[in-house]
Ligand binder design. Structure first.
Ligand SMILES: Nc1nc2c(c(=O)[nH]1)N[C@H]1C(S)=C(S)[C@@H](COP(=O)(O)OP(=O)(O)OC[C@H]3O[C@@H](n4cnc5c(=O)[nH]c(N)nc54)[C@H](O)[C@@H]3O)O[C@H]1N2
Ligand SMILES: Nc1nc2c(c(=O)[nH]1)N[C@H]1C(S)=C(S)[C@@H](COP(=O)(O)OP(=O)(O)OC[C@H]3O[C@@H](n4cnc5c(=O)[nH]c(N)nc54)[C@H](O)[C@@H]3O)O[C@H]1N2
Ligand code: SF4
Ligand SMILES: [Mo]
Length: 710
């Protein structure tokens, strides 16, 4: 079958980007298997079940191996040649553009795409399609932390230090991260922290496997992290635990931030969050008694309609206590997707150009236009954010090219978004499997996967990594880069579009040079020899200049603002976009389980993972279950203003009695996103996945009509 070379690479899934090696099996149905690779420092050989079983998705039994085009007669997706499929895509996009103008064509990308793909997708949208309408699923992920990072530090890199620093700090506050399930090999860093005498505080409405590790678990009502952070800062000030020297030497704006915090009295914060004042005091004592400290956030506090301010409040706590810009101290965001970091730096975001440059900055436009060989004026301006783009489908945006996301399952208010996708004049989806979104497409393009292609990703530490091709893809699939190249030429783009990943990376380096995320000194050879290189890594100014070593630790001497000082951002608490009331008295929050990944498009095709996590469920407290008369395992309906979902009850005292939790990995009647609220953060445009109001009802035994708005 395929000719296979054993090769070191990285997992296709989450932002940890665990190192692994692939060994040929000689079995066509499963051409490679994963073997341990202990030389990569992030995971030192450890893998979760998803990474271990990732080769199952390479199997022709579950993946796409030929293009599909919707037949006008049968209305069904039918096999087609690549020439037919690509011509159909070019025609569909061209027709929309001719009838409605370039901004009627949209592009939607993903944080799982390699740097090379993300970079070319942005270039393809702006040059070949000349559209401003491009955004990506990272907007659903960590965009609030990204915005808060930029506001406070002048730069956004998920972690400003390597993971290996965590065991050396004195105290970690982990806010809304369940990394025991979402990045299992990283749990080791917390175990080592505690073994070194460091303290762990976990903030999560549920007593998760991660929270079980904590010295102190604070369980706030979902959507109240902003009040919590402000309340802690209030106590820090009241108890005289600020670091005045650090504040004076390295920050600006303390007075206004301090005034905001002083308005949040502990008793008031207890009423909002449900966390008793003595626990607030204990948290402050633990954090401030330690010689150094870190605050790490993940999706819990970020996926809120005030996510940017919430992260800002946690950053203020770090700045006020001098827990930033120092060795073993700082704020960091645990980015989620395989290339969640690099995917947000190179221009698939609506307002962005490569190198984390801003699309509305004339100097940035001039630089990138120069690399691309076009006039700066020819670059479109910023477009809509992800949810706003999906919501405009069938209206102002009439055709969509989608690469690397499955919004039918993962977008907020998903039944409505599914309706918008159905109302498009034309939808093309490039994917490795027939996802729920691909099922709606007019054309489906089957593309190569991680092990079948070469490309770089940037993990949550800002470490640029290389996945090298390890096996030959099946005949019938092409790479995303080949897809863009072919479409560019069919659409009349004469300057060519590279298909060799290393050539694309070299262009990306030049486009990023001098930008905030400067990759110009990084190349494939260095990445391989050094087991990853941390950006920023500018190229030497002339050939004799020494190689820049990369930047594992940011901000030790100065922050990335113009004057080198960090900015306090004054914030005050505000309520969730949708509060509970008599009709919808319970809070719904959503998230993940260890054995499924995201919309499940890939992991729901792996038997071992399905056996471990076969379907959706509703986690609820025994008291709430008793009030409803629901027994464990019984089907329960969850109803919000957006729709109704049904899934078995999972009764556990590990969740607040006023809150229910659903994982979002499944389509159909158990789809959590049928319920979620698309209210957006005003700065980051992040939807409020983590809080909405619902009511619960016992469900009929027969599968319910999952009635929902459209
Ligand atoms: N197994 C698995 N691993 C994954 C993924 C996956 O789908 N499956 N996805 C990857 C991606 S893209 C991402 S973004 C990361 C996400 O990684 P995490 O952020 O760890 O994942 P979540 O489960 O979404 O949310 C974390 C926790 O937030 C809590 N939470 C809910 N509401 C609130 C709130 O209002 N405040 C606070 N403080 N906490 C709250 C939830 O109870 C949950 O335990 O995981 C990555 N890894
Ligand atoms: N309720 C709720 N909803 C959420 C969240 C939540 O916590 N709660 N979390 C949000 C977050 S953080 C995220 S990141 C999103 C993720 O949700 P999605 O954007 O739907 O992410 P995936 O399920 O990873 O979808 C990736 C798709 O691209 C395909 N794919 C994989 N690799 C490639 C490639 O190289 N090329 C191409 N063309 N396709 C590829 C996969 O097969 C899959 O169909 O979900 C968000 N939705
Ligand atoms: S933790 Fe993330 S990167 Fe590591 S094996 Fe699991 S899914 Fe892959
Ligand atoms: Mo994510």
């Amino acid at each position: 079958m395929s000719d296979v070379i054993a090769a070191p690479t990285h997992c296709p899934y989450c932002a940890l980007q665990c190192g692994m090696s692939l060994r040929p099996t000689g079995r066509p149905e499963l051409p490679v298997e994963v073997v341990e690779r202990s030389d990569f420092p992030v995971n030192r050989g450890a893998l979760c079940g998803k990474g271990r079983t990732a080769p199952a998705v390479l199997s022709s039994r579950v993946r796409l191996t030929e293009p599909l085009v919707r037949c006008p007669d049968t209305g069904r997706l039918e096999p087609a040649t690549w020439e037919e499929a690509l011509a159909a895509v070019a025609d569909g996009l061209r027709r929309t553009r001719a009838d409605h103008g370039p901004d009627a064509v949209g592009v939607f990308g993903g944080g799982g795409l390699t740097n090379e793909k993300a970079y070319l997708l942005g270039k393809f949208a702006r040059l070949v399609l000349a559209t401003s309408q491009i955004d990506y699923n990272g907007r659903f992920c960590m965009s609030s932390a990204a915005a808060a990072h930029n506001r406070a530090f002048g730069l956004d890199r998920g972690l400003p230090f390597p993971l290996e620093d965590i065991p050396h700090t004195g105290c970690v506050i982990l806010v809304g991260s369940n990394l025991a399930e979402t990045m299992p090999p990283a749990l080791r860093y917390l175990t080592e922290l505690k073994a070194n005498g460091g303290k762990l505080i976990v903030v999560d409405p549920r007593r998760t496997r991660t929270a079980e590790q904590a010295n102190l678990h604070l369980a706030p009502r979902p959507g109240t992290d902003l009040a919590l952070a402000l309340g802690l800062l209030h106590l820090v000030v009241a108890e005289g635990r600020t670091d005045e020297e650090f504040i004076a030497a390295r920050t600006d704006g303390w007075e206004a931030a301090r005034a905001g915090a002083m308005a949040h009295w502990p008793e008031h914060v207890e009423r909002i969050t449900g966390i008793p004042v003595p626990e607030l005091r204990e948290a402050v004592k633990m954090f401030c008694d330690a010689p150094s400290g870190m605050v790490l956030t993940a999706r819990g506090p970020e996926q809120q309609s005030k996510g940017t301010d919430t992260v800002g409040a946690w950053i203020n706590l770090c700045l006020a206590t001098g827990r930033a810009g120092r060795l073993y101290s700082g704020y960091g965001c645990l980015t989620g997707q395989g290339n969640g970091q690099g995917g947000r730096e190179h221009g698939q975001k609506a307002d962005q150009l490569p190198g984390y440059r801003k699309l509305d900055d004339p100097a940035a436009r001039a630089h990138v236009a120069g690399v691309w060989g076009v006039a700066p004026d020819s670059l479109p301006g910023p477009g809509r954010s992800a949810y706003e783009l999906l919501d405009a489908l069938g209206g102002e945006v009439r055709s969509l090219l989608l690469m690397g996301s499955n919004p039918v399952v993962s977008a907020p208010r998903a039944a409505h978004i599914e309706g918008r996708l159905r109302s498009l004049d034309f939808l093309a989806v490039a994917d490795v499997v027939l996802s729920e979104t691909a099922e709606l497409a007019d054309v489906v393009l089957p593309v190569t996967q991680w092990a079948e292609e070469t490309g770089t990703t940037t993990n949550l530490e800002g470490r640029v990594l290389l996945r090298r091709q390890a096996l030959t893809p099946p005949a019938g699939v092409r790479s995303d880069l080949q897809v863009m190249n072919a479409l560019a030429s069919l659409l009349g783009w004469e300057k060519g579009f590279p298909t060799d990943p290393e050539e694309v990376f070299d262009e990306l380096r030049r486009a990023s040079a001098g930008g905030p995320a400067d990759y110009s000194g990084i190349d494939y050879r260095r990445v391989q020899e050094e087991n990853g290189v941390f950006w920023p890594c500018p190229a030497g100014t002339d050939d004799s200049a020494a190689e820049h070593p990369g930047t594992p630790r940011l901000f030790l001497d100065r922050f990335a603002t113009a004057d080198g000082r960090a900015r306090f951002v004054p914030v005050v608490h505000r309520a969730a976009a949708e509060e509970t009331d008599a009709d919808y008295p319970v809070v719904l929050t959503t998230g993940r389980v260890v054995s499924q990944y995201q919309s499940g498009a890939q992991t729901r095709r792996v038997d071992e993972l399905n056996a471990a996590a076969p379907g959706s469920f509703v986690e609820l407290h025994p008291r709430l279950a008793e009030r409803l008369g629901v027994a464990d395992g019984e089907r329960v309906a969850v109803v919000s203003r957006r729709g109704r979902s049904v899934a078995p009850a999972r009764i556990t005292a590990a969740i607040r009695p006023d809150t229910v939790f659903m994982p979002f990995h499944w389509p159909g009647e158990g789809r959590a996103n049928t319920l979620t609220n698309p209210a957006l953060d005003p700065v980051s445009r992040m939807p409020e996945f983590k809080v909405c109001a619902v009511r619960l009802e016992p469900a009929a035994e027969s599968p319910a009509d999952s009635a929902a708005d459209a």
